[in-house]
Design a protein around this ligand. Structure first.
Ligand code: BGC
Length: 907
């Protein structure tokens, strides 16, 4: 198995000569090309072998062609998101930035990185949108090799077209950049080579307002003489199927795909050659006969075009592309990491069902596609690949939960001895593949699962002594990978794959422990902002493709929760500045409709505590708690932005909502209306109860869990809060019981039954009932995986103080318990890498902690005998870089400077 999706090695801290800056990023990306802003944010991380080492000051210089365009001077305030402060950068320019970092002793180290700007001005675009001329060549012919289409309107999906342009370069090349995008999906080629390794570009955005273009460096691909550049163009989110109703859910943004690209070649004398899409490009249909994200792809190898992107190719049969003119008003530079293939998963088992028909098990539920090796097929032989997440009891593929998503690929052989098939414009959610029509014996070596998702940099890892918990973490991770495909989606397999807002906000804290998702969510939030209704409501899915659903409690509150959470984690204020008007309009919308502060009106679909089990959390309780939450984050944002009056007004409003919540929902016995676990978790987590009522609510929560034999009832909204709240109030052992539970409903139940991803519903499959409701039963949904936040934050113990931003004030508070004898985690906070590892052996607890420069930490060492606590063999009062804060009954608390620490204490 090859995977690129693992936490990178950092500089081995102990081997460093001193304070070291690494992982330099511009706009939070490594050496990005084509950034769209003239004032980018620059960030770096720090590591040091020396305890107490800090960045005393930094200096950034930005250079263009070796000439300095900005010198920040020596400054001290931060290590992340430093705005370029020189004159605005210029368009289409390569920059180098040099960082110097000075430590307390005055020693200076340096590091360097690059970035390049994209096209800042509309008039720099010479490119026109081009498309196949469907007027003269109607595409409504059904694809030949889709004999039995299961869906009614497949025929409206056009076969992808191939586009090319040949041109001469007479002068030497100093630099060549390709700026490319599509209304649809594109894959670029030049001189016989594929350009870049991005997939499903340009990604999904609200194309009505924002179409991202990607930038590629093609300097090495071009040469003097004839060059060819070209692309394959498919439908994707633009005009293919998205959502659940195949009769109405294609053609969301347009009917046909269109391509736009501009190649800019710089020559030594300062002149440029620009080759842009226009009516001079020619196009042809090719071997891909059909391609749709949900339905699948059909490839007929007999129709391959040969070296269509190479010089000397005979394109006389190709027709001129239709030229649609150059409206570039919606174009934006891509701001986030593209989708890529990040791992190849080998098949683990192949079962022959009947001659020519096999079921292949990849051993892992994933989102992506298959690469198939075909040997010995005759020309015209057709192989069908169907994808499914589960098997039925009879060993056949279970596909009922895909609803109308065909998730079927076809390959038609050209009869060569060995052929390879891998679709390019589709993505399936699957663990099993049925290969039908395969000539001879299919072996495991013939099938590879190619894992596709947004290539957000991995930021964390967690491991512990319990295999079940490690499997849970693995399932959470795969849930994230399978559903962060350009936007945060709900599922990768059925006819849905939408950016449900509650799922996203609930899972965000867990997602951020596993990957750097800042730009991923900033990009998605930009689509949320453009979708806000005139009244201020937020649609349930973003990008906004489902009409009539907006303003739902816990869903629409993503408007405040996502930006505030991003700010807290990444410490970048820009996200708040962009989000502020959206947040304010959203809370005002709810307030206007509910002047008595109980959110009963304008609740849209109101899904409540979605997919809760056996109980019904009161919807007004849930809504009002979320109203308070949104107002709280809006007030906090106003404070950060210096909007004092607004901050005071929203703080006052929050106080009134909290009081109204208690008056309306909390009875004389301290019970919250409905008396459900989530009903208690929400006000506890959101701080809505006065102190005394808080303790009573915890008792009622615990009583409910006990009454049910320590079993949970929570749905999407409650589940994220369950273990953290129990831990916060001293019931960690109860949280561990839930973690280890393998009775229905629990995470362990799915794992006991072979889950390799988080299921959408607790009853996705049960011993009694078999498969859950077929109308909605995904086996790869991340919401119930939001317990990941607790694994990193409490079990491994990496979190931040309540007022801390960007993890500058760390709280290291591991919580040993349950069956665990050790747990460890590493996590890339904005300033560097934090690590913790605790282990209990022979009555002794050891706790190893690394705090990077740029952060301070309060460490809580759990021990039955605080006096026994030592660091590297010294009593804490004697240890370097440590201030003892408190030796409590069962914890030693100390404050530490950056550094690596080795604590021991009686367990
Ligand atoms: C999605 C959920 C979503 C819900 C809201 C489902 O179909 O898969 O994740 O939040 O609808 O109703």
């Amino acid at each position: 198995m090859t995977t690129d999706w693992v936490l990178s090695e950092t500089p081995a801290v102990t081997e460093l000569p001193g304070l070291t800056a690494y992982d330099l990023r511009c706009e939070h990306r490594a050496d990005p090309l084509g950034i769209g802003t003239a004032r980018p944010r620059l960030s770096w991380r720090l590591a040091s072998p020396t305890r107490g080492d800090r960045q005393e000051a930094f200096r950034v210089r930005v250079l263009r062609d070796g000439v300095q365009v900005w010198d920040s001077g020596w400054r001290s305030e931060r290590t992340t998101s430093v705005d370029h402060g020189g004159a605005p950068l210029t368009s289409q320019t390569d920059y180098v930035w040099q960082l110097e970092v000075r430590d307390a002793a005055g020693a200076v180290t340096s590091a360097e990185a690059t970035f390049a700007t994209g096209l800042f001005h509309d008039d720099e675009w010479q490119a026109h949108w081009i498309e196949h001329d469907y007027e003269t060549d109607p595409y409504f012919e059904p694809p030949v090799d889709r004999a039995e289409p299961r869906t009614v309107r497949q025929a409206t999906i056009a076969p992808p077209r191939y586009y090319r342009r040949s041109f001469e370069l007479t002068q030497p090349i100093t630099r060549a950049r390709l700026y490319a995008t599509a209304h649809g999906l594109y894959q670029f080629h030049a001189n016989g080579r594929r350009i870049g390794n991005d997939e499903l570009t340009p990604g999904w955005t609200d194309y009505r307002e924002r179409v991202a273009y990607q930038t590629y460096d093609v300097t090495e691909v071009l040469r003097a003489g004839e060059n060819v550049i070209g692309a394959v163009l498919g439908e994707g989110w633009w005009s293919g199927y998205v959502g659940w109703d195949t009769r109405s859910h294609a053609h969301h943004y347009g009917k046909k795909p269109q391509l736009l690209a501009q190649l800019v070649v710089d020559h030594p004398d300062g002149s440029q050659t620009v080759v842009a899409t226009d009516g001079r490009w020619v196009e042809h249909v090719g071997p891909i006969r059909f391609a749709d994200l949900l339905m699948g792809e059909s490839y007929d190898a007999r129709l391959e075009l040969g070296d269509w992107s190479s010089a000397g190719y005979d394109a006389s049969e190709w027709a001129p592309a239709g030229d649609l003119g150059g409206d570039v008003s919606t174009l934006i530079a891509a701001t986030t990491d593209p989708v890529r293939v990040t791992e190849d998963v080998p098949a683990v088992a192949v079962t022959a069902v009947e001659p020519g028909r096999f079921i292949v098990d990849l051993g892992q539920n994933l989102a992506g596609r298959v690469r198939l090796r075909v040997r010995g097929a005759g020309a015209g032989d057709r192989i069908r690949l169907r994808h499914g997440e589960m098997l039925q009891a009879d060993g056949e593929l279970y596909t009922a939960n895909l609803r109308t998503a065909d998730a079927t690929d076809y390959f038609v052989s050209a009869g060569a001895t060995e052929e390879f098939f891998e679709p390019i414009f589709t993505v399936h959610g699957f663990r099993y593949v049925e290969v039908d029509g395969y000539p001879g014996e299919l072996t495991a070596d013939d099938v590879t699962g190619r894992v596709l998702h947004s290539d957000t940099p991995v930021a964390g890892r967690f491991e512990c002594s319990d295999p079940g918990v490690n499997q849970l973490l693995s399932n959470i991770r795969w849930g994230q990978r399978g559903n962060f495909v350009s936007v945060p989606t709900d599922c990768p397999q059925r006819d849905e794959r939408l950016g449900w807002t509650a799922d996203a906000q609930i899972f965000l804290p867990t997602a951020a422990y596993q990957a750097d998702v800042l730009t991923f969510f900033e990009n998605w939030f930009a689509d949320l902002a453009v979708a806000q209704t005139d009244e201020g409501a937020i649609p349930d899915v973003i990008p906004h493709v489902i009409t009539g659903r907006h303003g739902t409690p816990a869903w629409a509150d993503a408007a405040t929760i996502v930006p505030w959470t991003l700010y807290r984690i990444y410490g970048d204020e820009r996200v708040l500045r962009t989000a502020w008007p959206v947040m304010q309009r959203w809370v005002d919308y709810v307030h206007r409709a509910n002047p008595d502060l109980i959110w009963r009106h304008r609740t849209s679909g109101h899904y409540g505590d979605w997919l809760q089990v056996g109980v019904r959390t009161d919807r007004d309780v849930l809504a009002t708690a979320y109203f308070a939450r949104s107002v709280e984050f809006t007030a906090a944002t106003a404070e950060v932005l210096g909007l004092t009056d607004e901050a005071a007004a929203y703080r006052a409003l929050w106080t009134k909502i909290a009081a109204a919540f208690v008056a309306e929902f909390v009875d004389a016995e301290g019970k919250v209306r409905g008396d459900t676990q989530t009903g208690y978790l929400l006000p506890l987590a959101f701080g809505l109860l006065p102190e005394q009522a808080e303790q009573v609510a915890v008792k009622h929560l615990v009583a409910d869990l006990e009454l049910r034999g320590r079993s949970l009832t929570t749905g999407f909204a409650g589940v994220a809060l369950l273990c953290p709240i129990l831990t916060r109030y001293g019931y960690a052992e109860l949280a561990y019981d839930l973690l280890h539970d393998d009775r229905y409903p629990s995470w362990g139940y799915s794992i006991k039954h072979g889950a390799t991803t988080i299921w959408e519903r607790w009853d996705g499959w049960t011993e009694e009932g078999g498969f859950g409701p077929v109308a909605m039963n995904s086996f790869n949904h991340y919401s119930l995986g939001s317990v990941g936040e607790w694994l990193y934050g409490d079990v491994a113990g990496i979190s931040q103080a309540p007022e801390s931003i960007g993890f500058r004030d760390l709280v290291i508070k591991p919580c040993p318990g349950g069956r665990l004898t050790w747990a460890e985690a590493s996590y890339d906070i904005p300033s560097g890498r934090v690590s913790t590892r605790w282990e209990i052996a022979d009555g002794t607890l050891t706790l190893d902690v690394t705090v990077p420069p740029g952060a301070d930490a309060t460490i809580h060492i759990p021990t039955s005998n605080p006096a026994s606590t030592q660091e590297s063999g010294h009593p804490l009062t004697d240890a370097e870089g440590i201030t003892l804060r408190e030796a409590g009954a069962d914890t030693t608390t100390c404050r530490v400077a950056p550094g690596t620490y080795h604590f021991t204490a009686q367990a």
